[in-house]
Design a protein around this ligand. Structure first.
Ligand code: FDA
Length: 398
């Protein structure tokens, strides 16, 4: 078995398999090295087992990075339509669920098998399970020390992903290699993750656990502002659901979130307007816009009696209640961390990478792709689109 290759790709996840297949099909001798014994676990568990593999509306605006322009080149050269072309060749059925999000009809396993077949079409050699212990560079050649012996390659592509879900193989390997070769890191932190609150402060809302509703949520200022309209889910520890996962990527410790629980209605105005005309109880009045259980819990949390008549309430009181629903401001104390995060924000600083080839500008032959790089997509198939696009950009360049 030869140990000399044109390209060694470390990490056989979404980006690594895509890159290896593209390079192999260009005639490069490629080895793909993966330390886990099960292939592409993140693809397998993604999208509830059906993999939200891309988003029809993906644009650079759907990604966070210290340099928002960095992702433009790769995303424009490998688009969601390109990935759909591949899916069609393999006759993999899919459907659109919500806002351009595409899922497999059958299972995420279809995508894993397709990428494996694409690697075979490029005669990619596999080392799996195989642990990379160290990477060095002698002249133009990289020496990769593994627990199955040494591998030599002219190019190395680091596709080891981010830190989320350590129990299925996530490591900081990519970040360590970046530091070793003098690249900077944008401090990583969990993103697309549920947010938590102080136990004592959350006690008031604990009874709302399980309630879900569409809300508007925002945080941050000007350039770093995030704003989404999605579903919110109350949990026994805090807030989750797509609205919170999305905003978590924009949230910084200490910052407040502002939520509008009834985006279509100015609650204070509506209640004040109805005061004269309607003799209804406060809870019945609110229940026309909100789930009854939320109304009950909300009134209790705000020290209001459900059976109060709005006609007997002062405008000031109704305004306060309206603001609590239309402009609920709350400060999380943290997140559920990498254990629950779908992605890692931050990573290898794009300042040190070429946006065309994903190569480290100061280390010829060393490339970084996928989630290891400081490019993080929104929830909704964007992160896989970045994996395919950055993997292809490097695969065409090595
Ligand atoms: P990825 O993590 O896929 O692959 C990295 C590979 O490197 C792994 O196989 C790992 O074992 C290997 N590795 C790590 N260290 C190594 C080492 N030292 N030596 C050798 N190998 C090593 N995105 C999306 O667009 N749509 C979705 O539906 C979802 N759903 C989703 C659900 C859940 C639960 C999670 C956790 C994440 C998602 N995501 C997602 C995010 C998406 O899974 C993620 O962004 C991509 O998998 C990133 O692809 P990469 O190839 O960069 O890393």
């Amino acid at each position: 078995m030869s140990n000399q290759f044109d390209v060694a790709v470390i990490g056989a996840g979404a980006a690594g398999m895509m890159c290896a297949a593209v390079a192999g099909q260009r005639g490069k001798r490629v080895v793909l090295i993966e330390h886990a014994s099960k292939l592409a676990e993140k693809i397998r568990i993604s999208g509830g087992g059906r993999c939200n593999f891309t988003n029809l509306h993906a644009t650079p605006q759907n990604f966070l990075s210290q340099n928002p322009h960095f992702c433009k080149s790769a995303l424009s050269r490998y688009t969601p339509q390109d990935f759909l072309g591949l899916m069609k060749r393999y006759r993999i059925a899919y459907h659109e669920k919500h806002k351009g999000q595409l899922f497999c009809d059958n299972s995420a396993e279809d995508i894993i098998q397709m990428l494996k077949a694409e690697c075979s079409a490029g005669n990619v050699a596999w080392r799996m399970p195989c642990k990379v212990e160290a990477i060095g560079k002698n002249g133009d050649v990289f020496r990769i020390e593994t627990d199955a012996g040494e591998v030599l390659a002219n190019s190395v592509v680091i596709a080891t992903g981010g830190l989320s879900i350590p129990k299925i193989g996530a490591t900081d390997f990519g970040f360590r290699i970046a530091a070793q070769f003098g690249l900077k890191l944008i401090e990583p932190r969990p993103a697309l993750v549920p947010l938590t609150f102080d136990d004592a402060a959350w006690q008031r809302f604990a009874s709302l656990s399980g309630i879900s509703l569409e809300v508007e949520v925002e945080t941050g200022e000007k350039k770093t502002r995030g704003h989404f309209r999605e579903d919110l889910l109350f949990t026994h520890r805090g807030l989750s659901g797509p609205a919170i996962l999305q905003i978590s990527s924009y949230w910084k410790p200490g910052d407040a979130l502002t939520l509008n629980l009834v985006p279509e209605v100015d609650i204070a105005e509506a209640l004040i307007k109805d005061k004269g005309a309607i003799k209804k109880n406060l809870d019945n009045q609110l229940a026309q816009w909100l789930p009854a259980r939320l109304v009950e819990g909300w009134l209790l949390a705000n020290d209001l009696k459900p059976d109060m008549k709005i006609a007997d309430m002062q405008d000031k009181q109704l305004r306060r209640l309206g603001e609590s629903l239309n402009k609920w401001t709350i400060i999380p104390n943290g997140s559920e961390g990498y254990r629950k995060a779908e992605v890692t924000l931050g990573g290898v600083d794009t300042k040190g990478l070429s946006q065309q080839t994903m190569m480290a500008t100061q280390v010829p032959g060393l490339h970084f792709i996928g989630e290891a790089v400081d490019v993080t997509g929104w929830l909704g198939g964007y992160n896989f689109q970045w994996a395919w696009a950055s993997g292809t950009a490097a695969g065409l360049a090595v």
